[in-house]
Ligand binder design. Structure first.
Ligand code: GLU
Length: 480
């Protein structure tokens, strides 16, 4: 596809105050794909100006989760670029300089109102059914008053002077958006501890980092109003805004912890492949032009465009994610799948089988595994210490079972060489012929005796991997 734009620079800007939630992961994926689709630049910027809530562990886990999903960044922590540093806590002087500039241009002003007084006014406004906006008490202080308050050591914040009128912009997802500036009061850009607020720092950084598209959740729409006012005050153009719809849980409430796997870490722990989680998350709010669903990263890069992001909220459907994971597992080469599966094999497999048998086991299970968590249960058919399910016990209680197992035992003892899937099939066929029985009558007792279940992956492979002696031993155990 040759529809790429020039100079696409996008960013994912997490606040390191928690885990990477699936909503954040989807935002990161959309940004990354848009960068890749246009041979552009994907920036990760750590928004850690909330010093009380930001932690180094959270930053570490966010970055680790992004890497797990394959979202390597072109600029960001540990990857220097032209527009760094990429942690807001390392950019404080820049925000102060810009705040100074806004003050000098009359677009921002110091405010000395005490927090307690503001709180009283907010309550009063709420009681009277008004929006709790700043009332502008310090809007027009003269310089003598400002100097006097500073001399008294009264703490000050810097507020943006919100002009009257409205902001109109063209959102890629929502079309033309109009918002009255009266929706917001004069908002704080620098706090009394000189730290910037999110809206201020993000805007200055998006401007300085030459961000072309801001792709983020629609819960940020009212922030966009404030941010556009800041761009306008700086005389700077603003990026294209792409407000992505929310992700809802199946009960249509906002997806949260109580719905189970809502963080990337939980998805990984639950045995989902990164490629499947990635693929599934892209489909939350975006659709492929030909409605294809199971897609490789390359296919996603070439087909992803922001104009196909829909407006309707997306619903997180765990069953579909499980299905998607199975599809991705089926597409792996057996040795690739082994890389994912090896660490998840239960102890009885590791302890009783050689590495090459473990590889064969994993290859046999690859057809039926949906999430890596399933390996534990599905591998049970390879447990030398067979545990019999009820249905298997019933099959084995039938006299036909004894007849079949007796005959099979005899043939196996006579069989020279190792048991391969082919020789196993041959022997079973001969047993059936000899007894005048076929189909389930023959297979169920053997499967029940060898695996303890009457369901499972291909029996000839199971028996060949377990080996002739083990199969004979399971028969003996049943017959005695
Ligand atoms: N740090 C903000 C957040 O995590 C970023 C929002 C944005 O993309 O501007 O919500």
């Amino acid at each position: 596809m040759n529809d790429s734009l020039q100079n696409v620079r996008v960013r994912f800007a997490p606040s390191p105050t928690g885990y990477l939630h699936v909503g954040g992961a989807r935002t990161a994926i959309f940004n990354w794909l848009w960068a890749k689709h246009n041979h552009g630049t994907f920036v990760v910027r750590v928004e850690d100006t909330d010093v009380e809530r930001s932690t180094a562990e959270s930053e570490k886990s966010l970055l680790q989760d992004l890497r797990w999903l394959g979202l390597e960044w072109d600029e960001g922590p540990d990857v220097d670029g032209e527009f760094g540093p990429y942690r807001q806590s390392d950019r404080m002087q820049t925000y102060r300089d810009y705040s100074e500039r806004l003050i000098n241009d009359g677009r921002a002003y110091p405010c000395f109102c005490r927090e307690e007084d503001l709180e009283v006014k907010r309550k009063q406004a709420a009681a009277e059914g008004r929006a709790p906006q700043y009332d502008g008490s310090c809007r027009d202080l003269d310089s003598a008053t400002i100097d006097a308050r500073r001399a008294e050591g009264i703490p000050e914040v810097i507020r943006f002077r919100v002009p009257e009128g409205k902001v109109v912009f063209d959102d890629v997802v929502r079309g033309q958006v109009e918002m009255e500036t009266s929706m917001v009061g004069d908002f704080v850009v620098l706090r009394s501890n000189s730290l910037p607020t999110y809206n201020f720092a993000a805007t200055i950084d998006d401007h300085l980092m030459k961000i072309s598209h801001v792709i983020r959740g629609e819960e940020h729409l009212s922030n966009t109003l404030r941010q556009i006012l800041i761009y306008d005050a700086l005389g700077a153009p603003h990026p294209r805004f792409v407000h992505v719809p929310l992700i809802l849980a199946e009960d249509r409430s906002k997806l949260s912890k109580r719905h189970g796997a809502s963080s990337v870490e939980e998805l990984r722990a639950a045995g989902f492949l990164a490629s499947a989680a990635f693929n599934y998350l892209v489909l939350l709010g975006w659709s492929h032009p030909q409605s294809e669903e199971v897609l490789t990263i390359e296919e996603l890069i070439s087909s992803f465009t922001i104009d196909r992001i829909g407006r309707a909220p997306a619903v997180f459907d765990r069953q579909k994610l499980v299905w998607m994971n199975g599809q991705h597992i089926r597409r792996l080469e057996p040795n690739e799948f082994y890389e994912h599966a090896a660490a998840r094999l239960p102890g009885f497999v590791i302890d009783n089988y050689s590495e090459s048998s473990c590889r064969e086991i994993v290859a046999v299970l690859q057809d039926s595994v949906e999430t890596l968590d399933d390996l534990d249960k599905l591998a049970a058919v390879f447990d030398p210490d067979v545990a019999y399910e009820e249905e298997a016990k019933e099959v084995l209680a039938d006299p036909v079972a004894t007849e079949v197992l007796d005959a099979l035992r005899a043939s196996l003892v006579d069989l020279g060489g190792d048991l391969t899937p082919e020789t196993f099939k041959m022997v079973v066929k001969a047993v059936g012929k000899e007894l005048g029985r076929k189909g389930k009558e023959v297979f169920f007792p053997i499967r029940a005796a060898v695996t303890g279940s009457i369901h499972g992956p291909d029996l000839s492979h199971i028996c060949s991997i377990k080996g002739k002696d083990a199969v004979i031993a399971s028969i003996d155990r049943v017959l005695s």
